[in-house]
Design a protein around this ligand. Structure first.
Ligand code: SF4
Length: 287
């Protein structure tokens, strides 16, 4: 079996997608929609908001404004009450009303299929354009949202230089075969949403540990120490073999803040009460 270190990113990506496809048989958007216009509205609404919440408001919104023409006649104040439970409802109501007008007046009443045209619409940035191209029109696109960013970094599908959404998108597109981009986008989103969650990844329920770089680092963390005496101090430095209460904090080479020994600077520190290592694994979020 090939070791984690020797595996190329392309090979890791290929195996990751194969493993994820087995547990996520239907990798597709969870935003309810019936046509490209509805998907566009739903994706605009989903910025900084959960798909679940968006799906609660769109049925009434689409009932009231079922077409581009209908929404183009609406004012932001008409849309606001229907989307008030979504984050940033004021801005989103303005974006939707203006976007519908542009679609009617400048795009012949249809949703455009190119990134440049889509990004002319209010409220539509790179991520939304990529989602539309891939999910609405089946084109080659790979949108990077907070889940894709975190999961790609944790698994090791991108290099440690991929510190921005743009860099992650570029590296993933270079690594993955073009015909798999849309699939990969949904697989990574759904994996991030339900398993490799931001705060507490469910590594025990995950199918990826043999392929995941973060798991490799977690697994490499020292085991819990037994027999520590919490009455002698909150922390135990295993390098100098002494207890202390007030730790120092240092940033390791992965950019993660770690507890360190105030006397020798070692990060080989354990919680005296639980015996667990205090070392943390880098948590990737969009900065
Ligand atoms: S093993 Fe853990 S960190 Fe790695 S992908 Fe799975 S859930 Fe995420």
């Amino acid at each position: 079996m090939i070791s984690q270190e020797r595996m190329s990113r392309a090979e890791r990506a290929d195996r990751v997608m194969t493993s994820l496809r087995k547990v996520i048989p239907a990798p597709e958007t969870e935003l309810a929609h019936g046509n490209p216009f509805e998907l566009l509205v739903a994706v605009v609404l989903s910025a900084q908001c959960t798909d679940e919440r968006v799906n609660k408001v769109t049925p009434a919104l689409f009932d009231r404004y079922p077409t581009i023409e209908a929404m183009a006649d609406a004012e932001p104040e008409d849309l606001f009450p229907l989307i008030r439970s979504i984050s940033y409802p004021n801005n989103k109501a303005k974006h939707l009303a203006r976007a519908a007008r542009m679609l009617r007046d400048e795009f012949g009443g249809r949703v455009p299929e190119t990134s440049a045209e889509l990004k002319r619409l209010p409220g539509v940035g790179q991520k939304t354009a990529e989602v539309m191209i891939s999910a609405a029109f089946g084109g080659a696109a790979l949108a990077v949202d907070t889940h894709v960013f975190r999961v790609a970094n944790r698994i090791g599908l991108v290099t440690e230089r991929a510190t921005t959404v743009e860099k992650v998108e570029k590296e993933l597109k270079r690594t993955l075969q073009e015909h798999t981009w849309g699939d990969a986008h949904h697989l990574l989103i759904l994996h991030g949403r339900y398993t490799c969650t931001a705060r507490a990844p469910k590594c025990d329920d995950c199918v990826l540990p043999p392929l995941c770089k973060t798991w490799g680092r977690i697994a490499a963390l020292p085991p819990a120490r037994e027999g520590l005496d919490a009455r002698r101090g909150a922390y135990y430095c295993a390098t100098r073999q002494h207890y202390f209460d007030a730790p120092d904090r240092v940033t390791d080479r992965h950019g993660t803040e770690q507890i360190s020994c105030p006397r020798c600077g070692s990060m080989n520190v354990f919680d005296a009460r639980s015996g667990a290592t205090t070392k943390r694994v880098k948590d990737y979020r969009i900065g």
